[in-house]
Design a protein around this ligand. Structure first.
Ligand SMILES: Cc1cc2nc3c(=O)[nH]c(=O)nc-3n(C[C@H](O)[C@H](O)[C@H](O)COP(=O)(O)O)c2cc1C
Length: 113
């Protein structure tokens, strides 16, 4: 489904073969849902990193769970209220050393005297 929404050719796996996908959903009736859900995504990724596990945010959760198939998956899980897909977090063991943080960019913080 994700591959089709992304417009990739069949055979491309947007989840890079991850055996587990953590899906963050948020209540459609809550106006802060995208911010709250994004914070959950960030915390998941930081938690994974703290355990030496890599992770990647995989997009298109909103579109996926707006399809009939997506809504059906949620229904089967007992999620019947109105939930919006925020993101998929795919964890995995890094194939190589964990990269160092990129150097900070200059002048991205503005200080007010
Ligand atoms: C909102 C959001 C959506 C993303 N969606 C995808 C995605 O669908 N597929 C993917 O490979 N990476 C996705 N990423 C990861 C980014 O492509 C990128 O690897 C990540 O933001 C790290 O950036 P950096 O390499 O500049 O540090 C997403 C990141 C964010 C913040």
């Amino acid at each position: 489904m994700n591959q089709m929404i992304g417009g990739w050719k069949p055979g491309f796996d947007p989840f890079y073969g991850a055996p587990v996908v953590l899906i963050v959903l948020a209540d459609k009736n809550w106006s802060n849902r995208v911010y709250d859900g994004s914070l959950v995504m960030g915390n998941l990724m930081l938690a994974a990193h703290s355990l030496g596990i890599g992770s990647c945010w995989i997009h298109r959760a909103k579109e996926a769970f707006e399809t009939d198939e997506g809504m059906d998956i949620l229904k089967q899980l007992g999620i019947t209220e109105e939930y919006e897909g925020i993101g998929h977090c795919v964890p995995g063991y890094p194939d190589g050393p964990i990269p160092q943080a990129a150097p900070r960019k200059e002048n991205h913080i503005f200080y007010i005297q």
